[in-house]
Design a binder for this molecule. Sequence first.
Ligand code: GLA
Length: 443
Amino acid sequence: MFFEQLLRLPGTEICYFYGRLAVPAFAGMTTLLRNHKRYCHPRESGDRFLKPVTSNMTTDYLRDELIATFGTSNEEIKFFFSPGRVNLIGEHTDYNGGYVFPCALSFGTYLAVRKTSDPVIRMATTNFNYRAGISLDKLNEKHGDEWVNYPLGVFSELAKKGFKAQGLEMLYSGNIPNKSGLSSSASIELVTAVALDTIYKLGYDRVELVKIGRAAENHFVGVNCGIMDQFAVGMGKKDHAIYLNCDTLDYELVPMNIAGYKLVIANTNKSRGLADSKYNERVAECQAAVQALQPGKKIQYLAELTGAEFAQYQHLITDQTVMRRARHAVLENERTSLAVKTLKEGDLFTFGQLMNDSHDSLRYDYEVTGIELDTLVEETRKIPGVIGSRMTGAGFGGCTVSLVKDEAVENLIRTVGPAYQAITGLTADFYVAEIGDGAKQIK
Ligand code: GLA
């Protein structure tokens, strides 16, 4: 896995891969860099060297890969990028009509694409072996659980709106850890949607493309996700988080003024097994809660209730599991608004506390954490200088996000990694998050 390890160092343009422990500049790093090409092929580099991240390096690399995969042609190659995302707070609130507060990351999915006169869509990726050459009349067929379902879902949703696909050769390359809860799937959907919209001048506005990405996931892939991931990767802005009302889609870009602190992402590297079906189960439990609450208040979404109203009506939900799911959704929604307020006021300490509360609610009421996420969070919270730590994304494995004083980051990585390994037998990866822009054409 060439993207096993990623650490963006301040003042550099390059991501470093170093074993499975990301460390700040270490003795000998300069020599290592001098001796290594600035841009190298991941497969040649093993899992511990450089990855290209600047646009130029990436487009050169993608062009080479596309030609190596599909051969030469006179057609122009176009390049696109869509980020991953990390959600800071507001988890499992989006499909409950509530608030979320995610940001786009600086790493994501790249796409090089070129037209072909053959009536076929060819898709390949540098990340997995599976590739497909799909004739235009077969675009509606699902390919098992393969990654091509994400772009195919976008083709399918566009086709419902009248889009007629023509031959394309598409080469994807991503540096989001797979199944890490950092939205590699939404990233693939949006890079595809933006590319098709641009190449064929379809004229959709960005929010429309975001909705198409979500519909691809709901209808083609079969996960009943909310809109948070596609919105974050489609609408993100460098150094900002998005305070989004998932019912109205009103949103505000909030500057991430966290000078002196870093957002540290830690990957449990736990494979998420039945995550999709458990996710759909949670969605169904929330819908059951909405039904049970109707005699108290007519609502469409749980997020329409305040915490006080929920306390008044919660007795209507007789199934205690369903009640706890609903309690999480309602209180997490309130917590998210409060967290954004505290961040704007510069009260990072309270923001961190709310992150902690969010995790605890996801652990005990929503039950989407598990030993791996809980261990990472518990060990991280023990480190002096950590002011908040929680799981991010759907859960059932995946990543945590923590707000950490600059000077505590190194200690965190050096201490939590081994502690986590001792308890779970798994090796965690650590990333210092950089907040980047949403999906775009890069060349
Ligand atoms: C996944 C889904 C999102 C959201 C989160 C949980 O990432 O794709 O829509 O529900 O889980 O907050």
